[in-house]
Ligand binder design. Structure first.
Ligand code: G1P
Length: 906
């Protein structure tokens, strides 16, 4: 098997015999809400939400076991039936034999083309699939070409239209087909279900589904494309199309050349087929004919036809395809140039992934078969990391709006609405609290402030979320009623607003006191690792306590920066001062901490006073830094683990029996990556300890054949006092797979601490594995994890893409924001420079376009080079303290052209 080949700088690639690899899928979508997945045989699905699936929902296993696909049949005179997508019983039977069709897939952002050639049948077909930008449609452009003289073909599109909620894939599958009302019109078939049966109850249906077709030919005589022909008939009923005993890959109606029905046909209560019969045509060698199949969603029959009709022309489809390609490429405004061209192209796909997750949420691609759409709280914030860098417009509003999800007790709403800043109370009254949730907002906000210098965001006011939950999910506010709404109120029943700074403080400070018996923060429902969900009573997350510690210190430092700029005081809600207690005896005493936290939570249970009190920035900053450092010291003093084999690292967790999780164990040594990442990132691990941790990770977690660092060693135990992850097979998902997100954060932490070679090893192991298609068996990009057989799983919709983009840009290329000024701190290793010793990156910073080129003429290794001199265009710049810094003021004066920064390393 060969891998894919890139065709251009944008990452467009082609792959031969794509259908000889299982589980491949590709996303095509738009910002109007159409989300489709498509495989090399044009299987997959298409939906606009949990209750609106045009093509039936598929999980990864259904990619190969479902016969209903976007099929397109051609009855070839003298040869028989042939499927352009390969989905016929006989083409499937030939798949591993000599007679297999020749296939090539070409794909770029949001479009794919499958080319299939059958020598035996003298035909070549090309199918391009995409979702146009402005309509709720998917388009299939099918071009048939004659390889021999006199190819007489009768084509038929045959796409089953599911037209209902994902719930009905088994629940009431048949009964919901009784709701179907289908009708044939001149251009195609309209499906208008009477009702919908799903979790919302039985309701009148409001979505119309439809398929329409057209064709235009290129003949040698006229040398121009003829005007559109419409279908000559229809096969709208699946039952009639497949016939008794037949199937969608062996349809009797086509085998026995049964007459299609005409327009004006209706049938009630049957499963619908988007079956379009096209006129028979004869092509000479070199001639071709393009068939258009357009399917989608609308509010009415007219609405569907109005959307679809223009696309029944080949020219219009070609134009729309170009517009679609252009639109998505323009979103990718970071261009890399390193010693590996393929890496640079691969990164285009990584950069595209956060856009995909914004559109698809975490539920709407085949491996992502959980949830009903939407994203979780932590995903929301982490996806912002990438948006902030690629498309900073609107990020300020987004961050501000997201803070509206914080509760006064420091926990947050977990159901996120579709509109920005919309948070919904949990209908099922589930009170799961993830202990890491409070840590991500500041991390993202800090990056935003560093990039832009917009410290003003901290002082913008926002509301707080309010519902029945109180005391961080442990108690209720029995005075609250749904009619009260979801905004926190003061005693006077007015909506309470506090600054973003206050929101952050509440998140960090409540966490400070929310500790278990070892004085680390309680694990509660889980932390970043969602599958550590069985230690809610006595579990503790040392790993995320470390990150909270770092946040407290960094927020303190930010306040000192503001003080240096002349700001003196801030106002905070009176109750918050309770959390600013600085009594060291309380820090050391877990019961005292819990009791203080309870007092606070009790005070803000139903309403807040609304009274604000001032505090000086210096006082507040010192308080926070003191607390952060206390956490760091405490972990440093208590959690360093030494193994009998002589390796050392930090413990990450305590289980529900209050036992330390890592270290030597009768079932074998136990080590987890998560604790290492945050001990390193937060600076808890001293430099010598980072070296020791890296050695332990290399010894116990490194699996080069699987792309690098595993999340944990094999515990050989169904550890029900820690989490469901131990029920997963070892080496899969959160149980010891190479989990890309944590692996990338490990690299990020190493780079931050100037362990560039170690960091590079992490990124390069991942990249080398993933870009080797024969091993990873996924298209370019980064998946959630790599399975024990080397396959990449849960492609596209993963937080690891945001972190990788961030790591490559801000750590490897060292393009950093410093309160709106641009700081360069390259950490590229020798092999990342090209043969001339150059590496470059283009990006947008403060709304200005830059290309930074590093010149490492002597090809020195990272650590051996430093910045010698730097130029903005031709002008040499001063380097304060040997660092490159382009001040905010200078940047503001630059015009909108592409600015070249050249940095000589020596
Ligand atoms: C997924 C979830 C993320 C969670 C992680 C570990 O990661 O989206 O919220 O923290 O699993 O359980 P992702 O695939 O986004 O990298």
């Amino acid at each position: 098997m060969k891998g894919y080949k890139y065709l251009d700088e944008n990452g467009t690639f082609c792959l031969e015999d794509p259908e000889l690899t299982g589980y491949l899928y590709f996303p095509i979508a738009n910002e109007k809400g159409v989300m489709a997945s498509i495989t090399p045989t044009l299987a997959g699905d298409n939906k606009m939400g949990q209750n609106t699936f045009l093509l039936a929902p598929v999980s990864s296993e259904e990619l190969h076991d479902k016969r209903g696909t976007r099929n397109f049949w051609v009855n070839i005179k003298g040869k028989g039936l042939w499927s352009v997508t390969g989905a016929s019983a006989w083409q499937e039977a030939e798949l591993f034999g000599k007679e297999k069709d020749k296939t090539v897939l070409t794909a770029g952002m949001m479009w794919q083309t499958l080319k299939r050639t059958s020598k035996k049948n003298g035909i070549e077909a090309e199918v391009t699939s995409f979702v146009p930008l402005a309509e709720t449609l998917e388009i299939m452009m099918v071009t048939l070409r004659a390889l021999e003289d006199e190819l007489t073909v009768t084509p038929t599109a045959a796409i089953p239209l599911y037209g209902r909620s994902a719930d009905n894939i088994r629940d009431h599958r048949h009964v919901t087909s009784l709701l179907h009302r289908m009708e044939t019109v001149e251009e195609g078939i309209i499906l208008n279900p009477t009702l919908t049966f799903d979790e919302r109850g039985h309701r009148k249906n409001e979505v119309i589904y439809g398929v329409a077709g057209g064709a235009s030919a290129f003949t040698l005589e006229s040398e121009e494309t003829k005007k559109t022909e419409l279908p000559i008939g229809f096969y709208p009923v699946i039952e009639d199309f497949i016939g008794e005993g037949g199937s969608l890959t062996n349809p009797k109606a086509l085998l026995f050349e049964e007459e299609p029905v005409k327009k004006g046909f209706t049938r009630d209560g049957y499963e619908t087929l988007g079956g379009l019969a096209y006129n028979t045509c004869t092509l000479k060698k070199g001639e071709e004919k393009t068939y258009l199949v357009v399917f989608g969603y609308a509010q009415s029959k007219e609405d569907f036809l109005n959307q679809a009709r223009p696309y029944l022309s080949k020219e219009r489809c070609e134009k729309a395809l170009e517009e679609t390609k252009q639109y998505w490429l323009e979103k990718l405004n970071i261009k890399y140039h390193t010693g590996s061209k393929d890496f640079d192209r691969w990164m285009q796909w990584v950069d595209f992934q956060p856009i995909l997750r914004r559109i698809y949420g975490c539920s709407f691609l085949p491996h992502h078969d959980y949830g009903k759409g939407g994203r979780g709280w932590r995903d929301l914030w982490q996806d912002c990391l990438a948006l902030l860098i690629m498309n900073p417009d609107g990020v300020r509003e987004m961050l501000w709006a997201n803070y509206g999800g914080v509760r006064a007790d420091g926990s947050n709403a977990t159901i996120i609405g579709t509109k920005q800043g919309e948070f919904i109370a949990d209908r099922n009254n589930i009170t799961r609290v993830w202990m890491d949730h409070g840590v991500w907002p500041f991390l993202t906000t800090r990056l935003y402030i560093m990039q832009t210098g917009d410290t003003g965001l901290l002082f913008k006011e926002s509301t707080y979320f309010k519902d029945l939950q109180a005391v961080r999910g442990e108690e209720k506010d029995l005075l609250w009623k749904a009619e009260d709404g979801n905004l926190l109120k003061t005693k006077e029943k007015e909506d309470y607003k506090g600054t973003i700074l206050e929101h952050v403080l509440i998140q960090l400070l409540t966490a400070f006191y929310d500790v278990g018996e070892h004085n680390h923060m309680r694990l509660r429902g889980a932390d970043w690792n969602d599958a550590l969900d069985m230690a809610k009573d006595r579990g503790e997350s040392v790993a995320f306590s470390a990150l909270y510690g770092q946040n407290l210190v960094q927020l303190g430092e930010m306040l000192l920066h503001l003080k240096a700029e002349g700001m003196e005081k801030v106002s905070l809600l009176e109750e918050v001062f309770l959390l600013l207690n600085e009594d060291r005896n309380i820090y050391e005493n877990t019961e005292a901490k819990i009791s203080l936290l309870h007092d606070y939570c009790d005070k803000v249970r139903h309403t807040v006073s609304g009274i604000k009190k001032e505090i000086t920035l210096t006082e507040l900053a010192e308080n926070l830094i003191g607390k952060g450092n206390w956490i760091k010291e405490h972990i440093r003093n208590t959690e360093w683990v030494n193994s009998k084999e002589g390796y050392s690292w930090y413990n990450s967790y305590y289980d529900n029996n209050g036992r330390r999780v890592e270290g030597d164990h009768e079932q074998g040594l136990r080590m987890m990556l998560t604790g290492q990442v945050f001990a390193i990132m937060s600076g808890i691990a001293k430099d010598e300890q980072v070296t020791e941790i890296a050695a332990a990770a290399d010894k116990y977690l490194y699996a080069p054949e699987l792309g690098g660092y595993k999340l944990n060693t094999n515990f050989h135990e169904l550890k029900t006092d820690l989490g469901r992850m131990f029920g997963f097979a070892y080496g899969s998902k959160e149980n010891g797979a190479v989990f890309a997100h944590m692996a990338v954060m490990y690299a990020n932490a190493l780079y931050q601490r100037n362990f560039a070679e170690e960091g590079y090893k992490v990124i390069n192991s991942l990249y080398s594995h993933l870009s080797d298609f024969t091993k990873s068996r996924i298209y370019p990009g980064i998946p959630e994890y790599i399975g024990d057989n080397g396959r990449g799983l849960y492609h596209y919709l993963t937080g690891s893409a945001s972190w990788l983009l961030l790591t490559v840009l801000t750590e490897i290329f060292g393009i950093k924001g410093d309160y709106g000024s641009l700081l360069l701190e390259p950490k590229l290793v020798k092999e990342q420079f090209d043969e001339e010793g150059k590496a470059a990156v283009s990006f947008v910073f403060q709304g200005k376009n830059f290309t930074v080129t590093y010149e490492n003429k002597e090809r020195k290794e990272v650590g051996d080079y430093r910045i010698l001199e730097a130029f903005l265009e031709e002008e040499q710049l001063m380097l304060p303290e040997g660092r490159f810094l382009l001040s905010k003021e200078v940047i503001e004066k630059l015009d909108n052209s592409q600015h070249k920064i050249t940095v000589r390393l020596a």
